[in-house]
Design a protein around this ligand. Structure first.
Ligand code: AMP
Ligand code: ZN
Length: 469
């Protein structure tokens, strides 16, 4: 049975969806004011692995990830560039989706944007005003934390100032010593985008966005809420306060928080200037597969110390994996199966589930896969591997990949066989024609089809050139 560490209870607990069928998962998504750095992406890879494993366990997964497209940072970015807020956030939302695809992160069920849910946010603020959990001061509406006796139950933070309603806070992000009433609705400032409301024109605070968008799509009680540890306080503490004060029901059953990706002992962050984006790394020639692998090398509750040396080790590990997958279908093997191989594969299958059931031990799962490859290579070298063992091995790798998402392309290529040069040339010619006809959907389809066979296209002024990965 799957067990997850729950930040709320500070214990590892058996997990099942409340209704036994659909796992309702909410992840705090990106603030679309810049390219995500790979620390952010580590957290998104965590929610990907979690959802993939929930699906592996046989549950339907309703995964919602919000897009924060209105906050202090997006507004100031748009003002600096002299473009509208939506124009500004749209480009970074697109880059975000491109990065998810590059890292083979499966799309969530819903990606709601904050600016599409302003009405629902106002309704929740109104509910909190009506039931005495909020108050208004000059167009700003604040949550009164003294009205919610469970305040602090997630983070363990119990500020002395509890109940000091003179304490008015407009910043979305603040430290534990600054805990106090927090803003639900902010009065408009000159030149800032704003929406009409019963309290004058303004915009939502950051915390209310997540309460509204999670409950809108998943109902008042979520099975799992994810994010990185920096969000425990104040963001998630405030989400609990707003949501439970409004509905009177438990907001989240399991809080799953990922530790940070760090660089030389410090959190990778924009403000410290010590960050890499995915694009920085791709430009330096690192492969998406190795980057995903590197992000999976530490357990999610451990900090991951990011180094280029570590990334190079991942490149080498992925090379071994790819060579194995590429070679396996081509080996001339005798008919039948060997008891030893089948036993090794079955043991690996059972160990793979066991380690992931233990609070998503992904490094353990990677260990199981690589250990099995080593054993199967030994059987190949000893001339003992048979044809049916090969099929069983490829089936196991496919099953493992449905969770790890690390070998999707090589496995696809192994299934379809290596692409012949003439086939590639013919598809490229068809793609060029499609582009000339402005049939970009077909052109993209062909690019994807070739990518699945490990063929990379590069469009140059002289035409399209290709190479094998
Ligand atoms: P943001 O786009 O800033 O709202 O952040 C998106 C997600 O990345 C949030 O869940 C953050 O908590 C998380 N995050 C920020 N910095 C790091 C880091 N260095 N390592 C891991 N996750 C991070
Ligand atoms: Zn959030």
């Amino acid at each position: 049975m799957l067990e997850l560490y729950n930040t709320a209870t500070r214990q590892q607990q058996p997990f099942e969806p409340a209704d036994g069928n659909i796992a309702r998962v909410y992840s705090c998504g990106p603030t679309v004011y810049d390219f995500p750095h790979i620390g952010n992406l580590r957290t998104f890879v965590l929610s990907d692995i979690l959802c993939r494993y929930l699906a592996f366990k046989g549950w339907d997964v309703h995964h919602v990830m919000n897009i924060t497209d209105v906050d202090d940072k997006t507004i100031s970015g748009a003002l600096t560039q002299g473009v509208s807020l939506s124009e500004y956030t749209q480009q970074y939302t697109e880059y975000f989706f491109e990065d998810l695809e590059t890292l083979n992160i499966q799309p969530a069920w819903q990606y709601p944007c904050a600016t599409d849910h302003i009405e629902q946010m106002q309704a929740l603020v109104q509910t909190l005003l009506d039931n005495g959990h909020a108050y208004e001061v000059e167009g700003n509406v604040y949550f009164d934390i003294s009205s919610f006796s469970d305040y602090g139950k997630l983070s363990g933070i119990q500020p002395d100032e509890l109940g000091d309603s003179d304490f008015s806070r407009l910043d979305d992000e603040y430290d534990r010593e600054e805990a106090g009433d927090f803003v639900l609705w902010k009065a408009a400032k000159p030149d800032e985008p704003s929406w009409d409301s019963p309290w004058g024109s303004g915009r939502p605070g950051w915390h209310i966005e997540c309460s509204v968008m999670s409950m809108e799509y998943l109902g008042p009680t979520l099975d799992i809420h994810t994010g990185a540890v920096d969000l425990i306080f104040p963001h998630h503490e405030n989400e609990i306060a707003q949501s439970e004060a409004a509905t009177g029901q438990q907001f989240v059953r399991f809080w799953v928080h990922g530790e940070h990706l760090i660089v030389e002992g410090e959190k990778m962050s924009k403000s410290l200037g010590n960050f890499y984006t995915l694009r920085d790394l791709l430009k330096e020639g690192y492969s998406p597969q190795a980057i995903r692998h590197q992000l999976l090398t530490a357990h999610y509750r451990q900090q991951l110390n990011f180094t280029l040396e570590g990334l190079e080790q991942s490149e080498r590990a992925m090379q071994r994996l790819n060579t194995f997958i590429e070679r396996l279908p081509k080996l001339p093997l005798p008919e039948g199966s060997s008891e030893e191989a089948i036993q090794l594969i079955e043991e690996a299958r059972s160990n793979f589930k066991q380690v992931l059931d233990d609070d998503l031990n992904v490094p353990g799962a990677l260990g199981v896969v690589f250990e099995l490859i080593k054993d199967i290579n030994m059987l190949i070298d000893a001339g003992e591997l048979r044809d049916q063992d090969r099929t069983a091995m490829l089936n196991f790798l496919e099953q493992a990949d449905s969770v790890l998402g690390l070998m999707t392309e090589p496995l696809e290529a192994a299934k379809t066989g290596p692409a012949a040069d003439e086939e590639i040339e013919a598809l490229i010619a068809e793609r060029e024609q499609a582009r000339a006809d402005k049939d970009f959907a077909r052109a993209d389809e062909i690019r994807d089809q070739l990518a699945a066979k490990g063929i990379i296209l590069e469009d140059t002024p002289q035409g399209t050139i290709w190479r094998r990965k």
